[in-house]
Design a protein around this ligand. Structure first.
Ligand SMILES: [Zn+2]
Length: 271
């Protein structure tokens, strides 16, 4: 499939998507893992990244090790958030954190940093990953945008926090909306549509009502519009739908909640 996310298969078998247009700006890696190339079994087969699942923690650790090896970033500090579908984002600036191998920040849905060697990640199984890079100030961010986070405008709030905490100019920021559940598959009840009508004036451009009273919603388009309105210089949007690509992605909806997680990650490299 074409689009800004490119499919890669590493020598160790790990399959992942990269963002060549973003990485071309220099000095970073940006990726979204698939479900292929890991060691997890059953519903979590095979490249599950999620620690808060019923999967074997040893398998999850091996999966993560393989991904870092595939990306050439073994030995980095890995940073996670325990996501809660809200809009709190954490800015990380203290190099002390680089002495840790791994950390998780509770009750947050995004991370921003300017530290080289710190891998920031969000975890996904249908909810959209958002990526941000200010190439001038060398600041990266990832955030987690399901419908609740999107209704709370987590994308624009990530950009605002990059401005406030790091002096970023949105005109220097490239943003990307990664793989997730798409218009083809994202059916919601009227209460979800009504929530957007209260918070997002252009909702009528981003979905339609079906005969049964439910709605089909284009979360990617909502996020793209929000990020453009927040001033991002460019917004790249993935065409991949997680729900209808069973061979490549985990999907919370398709798999009725018992499934693995993909990682969206960014890391600044020294150059
Ligand atoms: Zn789909």
């Amino acid at each position: 499939m074409m689009g800004p996310f490119q499919l890669n298969r590493a020598e160790n078998g790990v399959e992942y998507l990269s963002l060549p247009e973003l990485e071309a700006e220099g000095g970073l890696r940006a990726f979204f893992t698939s479900r292929n190339g890991g060691v997890s079994k059953g519903d979590f087969g095979t490249l599950n990244f999620g620690g808060y699942t019923d999967d074997d923690p040893a398998d999850v650790a091996e999966n993560r090790r393989r991904v870092y090896e595939a990306l050439g970033i073994s030995g980095c500090t890995e940073g996670f958030v325990r996501q809660v579908h809200k809009d709190r984002i954490c800015s990380i600036t203290s190099p002390d954190i680089l002495e840790e191998d791994s950390f998780t920040i509770n009750d947050a849905d995004g991370l921003i940093t300017n530290l080289e060697g710190l891998l920031i990640m969000t975890l996904h199984a249908d909810c959209l990953p958002l990526f941000f890079y200010d190439r001038v100030r060398r600041v990266i961010a990832v955030s987690h945008a399901g419908w609740r986070g999107t209704a709370k405008a987590i994308g624009p709030k990530t950009i605002k926090q990059m401005q406030r905490d790091f002096g970023c100019d949105p005109a220097d920021i490239t943003a990307a909306v990664g793989p997730g559940i798409s218009l083809c598959c994202f059916e919601v009840g009227p209460e979800v549509y009504e929530e957007f009508q209260r918070t997002f004036p252009r909702i009528d451009e981003c979905g339609y009502r079906k005969d049964d009273g439910k709605y089909m919603l284009d979360l990617k388009k909502i996020n793209r519009i929000q990020l453009e309105e927040a001033g991002a210089a460019r917004v790249l949007v993935s065409e991949y739908c997680t729900k209808c690509n069973e061979e490549r992605f985990f999907s919370h909806r398709r798999d009725h909640g018992r499934t693995g997680r993909m990682a969206a990650g960014m890391i600044l490299l020294s150059r």
